[in-house]
Design a protein around this ligand. Sequence first.
Ligand code: NAD
Length: 267
Amino acid sequence: MSISKGIALITGSAQGIGRSIALRLARDGFDVALNDLPTKSPQLESVATEIESIGRQVCVVPADVTVNEQVKEMVGDAVTKLGGLDVMVANAGVVTVASLISSSVESWDHTSAVNARGPYLCYKYAAMQMIDQGRGGRIIGASSVVGKMAFPYSCSYAASKFAVRGLTQVAALELGKYGITVNAYAPGGIQTPMTKDMMDESGKADFEGLIDDPVSREWITSLLENVPIKHVGQPEDIASIVSYLASKEAHFITGQCISVDGGISMT
Ligand code: NAD
């Protein structure tokens, strides 16, 4: 086994983008702590087996990222099992598609709790550990193209992903003096279990059955069909920017939210 580049914890890594980030960071030389909800433990174990075969140390730390005590314990367990924490990727997220008028308070609260409170808790406990260690660190969160520009039928999701950008900027300002950088990624449409009901196999937007208003449906479809780069986004496209942000080379980049969306958002 080669010398470890450090220890990374990735939330929501049983599938999709999180799984791809975990595998990429393991290939980069990091030992990896894998988190997802306890119900996803079988998938987490299977990702752990893949990481072992790459030759890196791995542990599984299931937890619900919306629960303060569980996030604290998750970080503590990863540190005990792997010996520290150098990279936190607060990736876990959920999507809700509903109009402002038809959406419920319950779905607003759940989406906010997973997508905004989750990263807040992950950033906080990771920062405390990294400051204690005194060797800097990398904190990276999941925003979205919908965290940069509004899409119809996305009120709770957009608000939570805009929140990740605000959180990331505040944390970057406060943690820079400890050598900790804090950044976010903003994916466009990426083929994962999250988007399986929103795009077909060829990557074409398909919101039939999800959005009842034809004008809103047409708005999103036309936006996604006119992406400058003709490519169906894959989890590895996101893992690649996370790999860079987690690297030593990226030490002078902080407070940023980097779009990986084929050019949908250019702000
Ligand atoms: P996904 O649904 O495939 O995977 C998300 C994972 O998060 C799941 O395994 C799920 O169990 C886990 N999770 C959900 N709630 C959790 C909780 N409370 N505690 C711990 N884990 C929890 O989604 P994905 O497409 O891989 O998305 C990953 C991240 O990227 C999300 O934050 C998402 O909002 C964001 N994103 C995705 C896309 C896309 O097109 N796929 C676009 C923009 C942003």
